[in-house]
Design a protein around this ligand. Structure first.
Ligand SMILES: NC(=O)c1ccc[n+]([C@@H]2O[C@H](COP(=O)([O-])OP(=O)(O)OC[C@H]3O[C@@H](n4cnc5c(N)ncnc54)[C@H](O)[C@@H]3O)[C@@H](O)[C@H]2O)c1
Ligand SMILES: O=C(O)C[C@H](O)C(=O)O
Length: 336
């Protein structure tokens, strides 16, 4: 019996993500909230012959609280996406306030729910959620996750392409650590489950690394003003959410990459900070997740000199992004 909720459920990510969640037989209730169109999306999905009972609400008449009542997992893709020439950090102006207010709603109605943040800039929006919870004395770092799965999905695809065999993309696993924007995305290609060709020189390694770091830009450019990744993000979001749902309902521990507060596992977090060489509060890495949330933050492990260099370049931007989110004060939104 799992109630999953999507906030921003009528959007480009929200709709296909809700569809994928509706196909998960472990989900018995699916709550959909947005400022537009959720009754229609919910009516549509409710005709699919799977167990989840679907309800969609809008802001009037305490729609957010009604959607969140009894939620076990809350996924947040609410907010504006990028256009060409816009950075994820530029989205902060609008999305920080949206995520802040939704976090207040979750903390009020479903404070123990697992919260999965998709809204960009993830490096900053996750700290915003944490601060809202801290102010209310309800922060549990074990249950807050920044969704970085799309970077891992892209790495699998691009490595399989490089190996000339897309059918391998479901098997290829590449750890991607750090954060979720540009240079803060650090693929550890030396640890790919499927090694790169021996003739792969530094230039090719750098190009593949850049493609994974800036994969989001490829989609923004191709959509040409009509938003950013939605379908691949819904796929990645569902992959991560379904792991959480499995851990919650089966009592089974699973390993998945996520951007977490390093207090989620104090011992593992302290060891990771040593590996990074910096006192960061948040970092994306593989975490072990059980029915109560994060059980272990796993170490980065063996890195090449190039990967160390990449982490060195990620840390200053990540530090600034975290600081920006953690010190955010709610004021009326400005336009991007
Ligand atoms: N983490 C990732 O890897 C990743 C990947 C892709 C996109 N994103 C981010 O996800 C976000 C959503 O992208 P999208 O393409 O779905 O955008 P979209 O504009 O298609 O959808 C966003 C939805 O959020 C809704 N919304 C706005 N304010 C709201 C509020 N206060 N409460 C509830 N809903 C609200 C909108 O009505 C809209 O339906 C963006 O910030 C984007 O940058 C993150
Ligand atoms: O690129 C974006 O703005 C959306 C998302 O973060 C992505 O990586 O595709």
């Amino acid at each position: 019996m799992v109630k999953a909720v999507v906030l921003g459920a009528a959007g480009g990510i929200g709709q296909p993500l809700a569809l994928l969640l509706k196909t998960n037989p472990l989900v018995t209730e699916l709550g959909l909230y947005d400022i537009v169109n959720t009754p229609g999306v919910a009516a549509d999905l409710s005709h699919i012959a799977t167990p989840a009972k679907v309800e969609g609400y809008l802001p009037p008449d305490s729609g957010l609280a009604k959607t969140l009542k009894g939620a076990d997992v809350v996924i947040i893709p609410a907010g504006v996406p990028r256009k060409p020439g816009v950075t994820r950090d530029d989205l902060f102006k609008i999305n920080a306030g949206i995520v802040h207010d939704l976090a207040q709603g979750i903390a009020a109605t479903a404070p123990d729910a697992f919260v999965l943040v998709i809204s960009n800039p993830v490096n900053s929006t996750v700290p915003i959620v944490a601060e809202v919870y801290k102010k209310l004395g309800k922060f549990n770092p074990k249950r807050l996750f920044g969704v970085t799965t799309l970077d891992v999905v892209r790495a699998s695809t691009f490595v399989a392409e490089t190996l000339g065999d897309l059918s391998k993309s479901t098997e290829v696993v590449v750890p991607v650590v750090g954060g979720h924007s540009g240079v803060t995305i650090v693929p550890l290609l030396s640890r790919s489950s499927h090694p790169l060709p021996t003739a792969f020189d530094t230039e090719k390694l750098e190009a593949l690394t850049k493609r994974i770091q800036f994969g989001g830009d490829e989609v923004v450019k191709a959509k040409d003003g009509n938003g950013s990744a939605t379908l691949s993000m819904a796929y990645a979001g569902a992959e991560f959410a379904n792991k959480i749902i499995k851990a919650l309902s089966g009592g089974e521990s699973l390993i998945a990459p996520s951007y977490v507060h390093l207090d989620a596992d104090k011992e593992g977090g302290a060891a990771l900070k040593k590996e990074i060489g910096k006192e960061l509060d948040y970092f994306s890495t593989n975490v072990q997740i059980g029915p109560d949330g994060v059980e272990k933050i796993l170490p980065l492990g063996k890195l090449t000199d190039y990967e160390r260099q990449l982490i060195g370049s990620a840390v200053p931007e990540l530090t600034a992004n975290i600081e920006k989110g953690a010190t955010f004060q709610r004021t009326p939104a400005a336009k991007v």
